[in-house]
Write a protein that binds this ligand. Structure first.
Ligand code: GLN
Length: 309
């Protein structure tokens, strides 16, 4: 394999002069305070080697990347019947679009836009009090990463609870279409806490390693999902993981990936490695600007694109 540390170092050298580009997610007041001049990246290979550069050990708000973990839990609970509640098509619209939800009668396009993720969270809540569902997710992510120190940042969750008006609208809409079984406040309470999961690049890359390794984490030996399910989650990340920037990400990077407005991107090179990159400045569609640039460099320098080198 190529010298991955040398590749990461070369990416860091090329990115450093640009650090600070993009705009932090100021619609969530607590995230508006984050200094955009940060960049970190970690690669964990399926044979258990870890490579890191920059601010890879600083915890950040994983936001929408949590949707991958919630989706994994929901599929484990209800299997393919999940797809009665949410679609599997790219949206081509903003992650918080209300128009599209009305147009599609309360069935969100995919599990990674906000409406779809809120429906997925509702599925995971079945039989649980909201607090228990949050606990289940936190335990799951700690188990995946094999790291008990992962926490949820209550300040971020509170900040979004106070200002997440669009999510309140989306959830009410779905409730009106009977696509939410639980009260809107409860579902959003869980959703805002899942988004507020606080992890660093290394914890995130470790937590998602099962998606690069046919559903099992080779570092812990934990079997998480079947190879088929891992493949399908990767397919959804490739087609829907970057909202209305998904086509562009596939074009430039060519890896399944999921972004969050905290500035993180989690990506998978199937059979090879999982990657987490973080830089808080976002582009126009709400994806980490330099995170995407760094992943494009990584794909070009390793030949890891799923579409060939
Ligand atoms: N918590 C954010 C929201 O619901 C997540 C959005 C994102 O990361 N794209 O708006």
């Amino acid at each position: 394999m190529a010298d991955l540390q040398a590749i990461l170092d070369s990416i860091y050298t090329d990115i450093l002069p640009r650090v600070g580009e993009g705009k932090v997610a100021d619609y969530i007041p607590e995230l508006a305070k984050i200094d955009p001049r940060q960049f970190g990246m970690t690669i964990v290979t399926v044979d258990g080697k870890v490579y890191r550069v920059g601010d890879a050990d600083i915890a950040f708000s994983i936001q929408s990347i949590s949707k991958v973990f919630m989706l994994t839990l929901a599929l484990g609970k209800v299997g393919e019947s999940l797809w009665k509640r949410v679609g599997r098509e790219p949206s081509g619209s903003a992650f918080n679009s209300i128009v599209q939800l009305e147009h599609e009668s309360g069935i969100p396009r995919n599990p990674f836009i906000n409406a779809g993720a809120i429906a997925v969270t509702d599925v995971v809540m079945a039989g649980h009090a909201p607090r228990e569902a949050i606990g289940e997710l936190l335990r799951f992510v700690r188990y995946l990463a094999d790291d008990e120190s992962i926490t949820i940042d209550d300040k971020v969750a509170r900040s979004e609870t106070q200002t997440g008006y669009r999510n309140v609208a989306l959830a009410n809409f779905m409730r009106a279409y009977r696509n939410l079984d639980h009260p809107v406040e409860h579902v959003l309470g869980v959703y805002f806490h899942q988004c507020a999961l606080s992890m660093n690049c290394e914890q995130l890359a470790r937590a998602g390693l099962f998606l690069a390794a046919r559903g099992s984490n080779p570092m812990t030996g934990h079997s998480v999902v079947s190879p088929k399910r891992a493949r399908r989650i990767n397919a959804l990340m490739l087609t829907c993981g970057h909202y209305d920037g998904s086509g562009d990400f596939a074009y430039h990077v060519g890896l399944p990936g999921k972004s969050g407005v905290g500035g993180g991107i989690f990506a998978v090179a199937p059979g090879i490695a999982s990657i987490a990159v973080w830089s808080p400045g976002l582009n126009k569609v709400g994806n980490s600007q330099l995170g995407a640039v760094a992943l494009e460099m990584l794909a070009a320098r390793t030949g890891w694109s799923v579409f060939g080198d």
